[in-house]
Design a protein around this ligand. Structure first.
Ligand SMILES: Cc1cc2nc3c(=O)[nH]c(=O)nc-3n(C[C@H](O)[C@H](O)[C@H](O)COP(=O)(O)OP(=O)(O)OC[C@H]3O[C@@H](n4cnc5c(N)ncnc54)[C@H](O)[C@@H]3O)c2cc1C
Length: 368
C-alpha cells in the first residue's frame, strides 16, 4: 500500500498539494474532503508575478511584460519581463487540477456537512478515517479577523474596436482615501486589443458591496474615455489582509497556513511554493513533522513589515493614497516588482520601504 494522505479543503492549496504529492510520492493515496460542492468552481481570476521559480501547474491565460501604476500626481510603466505579470482563470485552473488529480486516483469527497481534522485522521460524517499524513488546507475568509479587507468587484469587457494594449497591465490607478477605505484603485488587465478585465479594489475596514465597486469601474471607464463596450461577465470577492499567524496543532497549507501575503492579498504563487516544499517533505518521509514545524512561507521581517504597513493604513486611513503613491511612484523599478511578487530579499525590500512616509510608519511602530 502507498502512503495515505488526507487533505481537508479542495481549494487552490488542497488541489495544488494533491498535484505536487502525486508527482513527488509514487503510489500516494490521496483523499480530499470539502464542505463545498464540486461545481461550480470558485469564481476567481488569479494574477501574480511569475518569477519562474516554480513551474505553474496550469498554463497561463495571459502574461504581461510591463505593468503600470498611476495616481493623481504620477504615472509610471515598469518592465517586468523577468517576472511577467500572469493571469490564470479560476475555472480553467480548478477544472484542469481536478481532472488531473482524479485521473491519477485522488478521491474527492464533496458537500460534507462538516469536516474535522484530528491527529492522524479526518472525520467527515461517518466516523474517522486514518491517514499517514493529514494536512489542513481549508480556509473560510468569513471566519477571519484581518487588519483590513481587500474588497473588489470587476467586469470583463469587450470593445467593438481595438482599444487596449495587451502587452501592459495597469495594476493600480490610485483613487482617493476615505476613513472607511484607506486605499482605493482601479486595475485594467487587457488580454487582447478588445477584451479586458476592469476591477475596482479597496483596502477597507469592511467588505464593500459589489454594485458599488462595479459603479466605480463604470465611472473610471467613462473618465478614461472607454465607452461602447459590452460587459461579458462580472466577478467579486474579498481577501482578508493581515491574519494572525497560523496556530499549531495540525499541518496547514494555503491561506490558513500563512501563504496569504498580508500587504498585497496575493496567495496563488506562494501557495504553489509552499505546497511544493510540503510535498518534498512528505516524499522524504517527514510528513508527520509538518504539524510540529509549520512551514514559513514569507520571512519574518516581511511579515512584520507588512503588518506595520497595514496598521499604518488602518490608523491613518486618510493618508492611504499618500503612503501608496509615495512608494509606487518612487521605489526603484526592479526592487518594486520583486517586493510585490513577495520574493524580494531584505535589501531590495528596504529600498522599497525607504520610499514610504517614514513618520507615519514610525508612529505605528511606536504606538501600534
Ligand atoms: C475572488 C478572489 C480573487 C483572488 N485573486 C487572487 C489573485 O489574483 N492573485 C492571488 O495571488 N491571489 C488571489 N486571491 C487570493 C487567493 O489566491 C485565493 O483565495 C486562493 O483561492 C486561496 O487558496 P486556498 O486554498 O487558501 O483557499 P481556497 O481556494 O478558498 O480553498 C479553501 C477550501 O476550503 C474549503 N473549506 C472551508 N472551510 C472548510 C471546512 N470547515 N471543512 C472543509 N473544507 C472547508 C472551502 O470550501 C474551499 O474549497 C483571490 C481570492 C479571491 C476570493
Amino acid at each position: 500500500m502507498g502512503l495515505s494522505i488526507g487533505i481537508r479543503g479542495a481549494g487552490v492549496a488542497g488541489l495544488s498539494l494533491a498535484h505536487e504529492i502525486l508527482q513527488a510520492v509514487p503510489g500516494a493515496e490521496i483523499s480530499l474532503f470539502d464542505v463545498r460542492e464540486r461545481l461550480p468552481h470558485p469564481a476567481r481570476t488569479f494574477c501574480f508575478f511569475d518569477s519562474g521559480v516554480s513551474p505553474l501547474p496550469v498554463e497561463a491565460d495571459h502574461s504581461w511584460s510591463r505593468v503600470a501604476f498611476s495616481g493623481p500626481e504620477f504615472s509610471r510603466s515598469l518592465r517586468c519581463d523577468t517576472a511577467p505579470y500572469t493571469l490564470i482563470r479560476g475555472d480553467r485552473f480548478f477544472g484542469a487540477m481536478l481532472r488531473e488529480v482524479e485521473s491519477r486516483g485522488a478521491r474527492c469527497v464533496w458537500g460534507c456537512a462538516r469536516v474535522d481534522v484530528q491527529e492522524g485522521g479526518i472525520s467527515a460524517g461517518s466516523g474517522t478515517e486514518r491517514f499517514d499524513v493529514v494536512v489542513d488546507a481549508a480556509f473560510s475568509p468569513n471566519e477571519s479577523r484581518p487588519i483590513l479587507w481587500q474588497s473588489f468587484a470587476g467586469m470583463w469587457v469587450e470593445a467593438g474596436e481595438d482599444r487596449f494594449n495587451p502587452n501592459e497591465a495597469l495594476l493600480m490607478d490610485l483613487g482617493s482615501s476615505s476613513n472607511e477605505s484607506p486605499v482605493s484603485f482601479v486595475y485594467l488587465l487587457p488580454v487582447s486589443a478588445r477584451r479586458a478585465l476592469i476591477e475596482h479594489t479597496t483596502f477597507s475596514r469592511a467588505l464593500q458591496p459589489a454594485p458599488w465597486h462595479l459603479a466605480q469601474c463604470a465611472r473610471w471607464a467613462e473618465g478614461a474615455g472607454l465607452t461602447g463596450f459590452s460587459v461579458l461577465e462580472t466577478e467579486q470577492g474579498g481577501i482578508p489582509m493581515g491574519l494572525p499567524a497560523p496556530s499549531g496543532g495540525s499541518a496547514r497549507a494555503g491561506s490558513g497556513g500563512g501563504a496569504l501575503r498580508a500587504s498585497t492579498g496575493y496567495a496563488f504563487a506562494s501557495i504553489q511554493r509552499q505546497v511544493r516544499a510540503m510535498a518534498l517533505e512528505i516524499a522524504r518521509g517527514a510528513g508527520r513533522d509538518l504539524a510540529a514545524r509549520p512551514m514559513r512561507v514569507f520571512p519574518r521581517w516581511m511579515e512584520l513589515g507588512d503588518a506595520v504597513f497595514l496598521r499604518t493604513l488602518a490608523r491613518a486611513p486618510e493618508q492611504g493614497s499618500v503612503v501608496m503613491g509615495r512608494f509606487l511612484s518612487r521605489a526603484p523599478e526592479r526592487e518594486l516588482v520583486s517586493f510585490l511578487s513577495g520574493e524580494a530579499g531584505l535589501w531590495a525590500a528596504l529600498k522599497v520601504m525607504a520610499c514610504m512616509p517614514k513618520a507615519a510608519m514610525l508612529r505605528t511602530l511606536c504606538w501600534g
